[in-house]
Structures are given as structure tokens and as C-alpha cells.
Design a protein around this ligand. Structure first.
Ligand SMILES: [Zn+2]
Length: 243
């Protein structure tokens, strides 16, 4: 279910049922001559669609413009890098609203750089700050940490869980890289119309040819589908366990 499509009564039913919210987070970043520049968000969106087909969740509109550090090129190559403070403030404000909607679990799902990189940290930092600030917002006095009753009443906990799209149990077969064997296969398996392997030639960047056998040229739907299946299975298991 897309959050954007819900009528208020449907949102209330989802929240009352304890169903989680999935939040795709990614970036616009050049992915070689053969792949869509939105891959890192697109693949998370595709995975979310497949999760929701198996277990009830809402999918939030994506955070598309995450930090990239221009690590692989600039805007002329198809890469966008936002102001990090502005992005962090925006992220935190929207996370606050997701919590205020009443979701008991909010999974932020990331397939870009690592959990210690600016994109993931923007979400983790916002979530951590909110978990403290929102206790005071509820009217509890400073010094609330030692007040067991207050803690129980506010249910002090952080509903936001920031995770890599590929959870450890899904790897192998799933793996990461940049527009190489794995990411190209992911996109072939989910959005084949957004991959043009015949655009790869001797000018293709280094990350397309990291391995002699496994590279952007040899990426294929079979490997992509095996990774997608593993990723979706582990997410459905995690969500159902934590529901
Ligand atoms: Zn990527």
C-alpha cells in the first residue's frame, strides 16, 4: 500500500493493526553508461513492492536526493549531492511526522554506501534525536530517564530502524557493488527496461569491470532474481517477527 494513496481511515486502520511503514531512501547518482541514475532508490522501491505483496505494510514516498559526495561523478554525469545539513533537517522533520502518524515500526531501507555514510547517518541521527526530544514534547519533566512510570507511559523506544536493503542473512547470494555484476543484475531482474548493457564499451568506468568473470557485461536476470528473492525473504521474516 502506498502511503500516498491512503485515505485517512485506511491510514488509521493500518496503524491500529500495528502494520509498519517502509521508507525507501536513496540518491541520484551516475551508474555507468548502462544503468538508470536512480538505481539506488529504484531497487529499494522494487524490493518494497515485493515485500508488501507478502506482508501488510505501507510504503512511504521515497527520499530520492540523498548525499553522494560526488564520489563517482558530478551533475554532468547524472549525480546530485544535496546540502547535508539541509537534508538532515528535512529527514528529521518527516521522520517526526511518521512517528506522529502512529506507526509503531518504521523501517528506513538503504542501498547506497554504508550504514556509516552520510545518507544512513542522516536518518539514524534524526531518529536518535527524536527519541529523546519527543519525551519532553509529551510534557515529561527533565530528569525523566529515572522515572520508570514516565518511561512506561511514553513507551520510550525508537520506532525507527535504519537498515541496509541487503540484511546479513541475504548475503550471499545478495551482494553490493557500484553498477557492477550485482547492481546491474538487480536492475535487470526488476526493471529491465532501465538497463542497456550494449552501452558498455572500452570507455566504461572502472567499477563496471571490477572482476574478470563477474562484471556489468556478465550481469544477468538469474543472479538478479536470486538476490531479489533472498532480500525479500529476509525482510518479510524480519517484519513478521517484529510485528
Ligand atoms: Zn548503486
Amino acid at each position: 500500500m502506498d502511503l500516498k494513496h491512503l485515505r485517512p481511515y485506511q491510514l488509521h486502520e493500518l496503524v491500529a493493526g500495528g502494520h509498519p511503514l517502509l521508507v525507501p531512501a536513496g540518491c541520484i547518482e551516475t551508474h555507468g553508461p548502462h544503468m538508470a541514475i536512480g538505481h539506488d532508490t529504484l531497487i529499494v522501491e522494487e524490493i518494497c513492492e515485493r515485500i508488501v505483496a507478502r506482508t501488510t505494510c505501507a510504503i512511504a514516498p521515497s527520499f530520492d536526493y540523498g548525499p553522494t559526495g560526488y564520489a563517482l561523478g558530478g551533475p554532468e554525469d547524472g549525480t546530485i549531492d544535496p546540502d547535508y545539513d539541509a537534508f538532515g533537517g528535512y529527514v528529521k522533520s518527516i521522520l517526526r511526522n511518521f512517528i506522529e502518524m502512529g506507526f509503531r515500526k518504521i523501517y528506513v531501507i538503504i542501498m547506497h554506501q554504508g550504514m556509516g555514510a552520510p545518507l544512513a547517518l542522516a536518518f539514524s541521527k534524526g531518529a536518535s534525536e527524536l527519541s529523546f526530544e519527543m519525551v519532553l514534547d509529551k510534557g515529561h519533566k527533565r530528569g525523566w530517564w529515572g522515572d520508570r512510570k514516565a518511561l512506561d507511559k511514553v513507551g520510550w523506544s525508537n520506532p525507527i530502524d535504519v537498515q541496509p536493503m541487503i540484511l546479513p542473512e541475504a548475503s550471499p547470494p545478495a551482494g553490493g557493488d557500484h553498477a557492477g555484476y550485482n547492481e546491474t543484475s538487480f536492475l535487470i531482474a526488476t526493471r529491465p527496461e532501465l538497463v542497456e548493457q550494449d552501452r558498455l564499451d572500452e570507455n566504461a568506468p572502472w567499477y563496471c569491470r571490477e572482476n574478470e568473470e563477474k562484471n556489468s557485461w556478465t550481469a544477468n536476470a538469474e543472479h538478479g532474481q536470486a538476490m531479489v528473492d533472498a532480500v525479500v525473504d529476509t525482510w518479510v521474516a524480519k517484519i513478521d517477527k517484529e510485528r
